[in-house]
Write a protein of this length. Structure first.
Length: 97
C-alpha cells in the first residue's frame, strides 16, 4: 500500500475507486494513477479515444503554452469529464480496453 508520509491518505492505485465530482465512485486505470486532474487535447483523443466534436462541448481551462509563449494557449480538459465521456461512448471501463 503506497501513501504519503504523515498525511494518513493513501495514494490512489489502479483499480481503486475515487469519488467523482458528480458524486459517484469511479475505477481508475493504470495511466490515471497519480495523473494531473487535467488532460490535454492530444491525450484526450489518444487515451480516451474522443473525437474533436466531443471535446468541443467539454469544459476546459486555458493556460499559457509552456513551450513557447507565442503559441496559442493550451486547452486543458477536466480528466473526470473526459473519463466519463469516454466511458459513456464505449460502454464503460472495459469498452476502452
Amino acid at each position: 500500500m503506497r501513501g504519503q508520509i504523515g498525511s494518513g491518505k493513501k495514494t490512489p492505485e489502479a483499480g481503486d475507486k475515487i469519488e467523482e465530482e458528480e458524486g459517484g465512485n469511479v475505477e481508475l486505470e493504470d495511466f490515471e494513477v497519480g495523473a494531473s486532474p487535467f488532460v490535454s487535447k492530444k491525450e484526450a483523443m489518444k487515451k480516451y479515444l474522443l473525437p474533436e466534436g466531443t471535446l468541443a462541448v467539454c469544459k476546459f481551462v486555458e493556460k499559457e503554452n509552456p513551450r513557447n509563449k507565442g503559441f496559442s494557449a493550451m486547452k486543458l480538459y477536466h480528466r473526470s469529464e473526459i473519463r466519463r465521456r469516454g466511458r459513456e461512448r464505449f460502454g464503460g471501463l472495459r469498452g476502452l480496453v
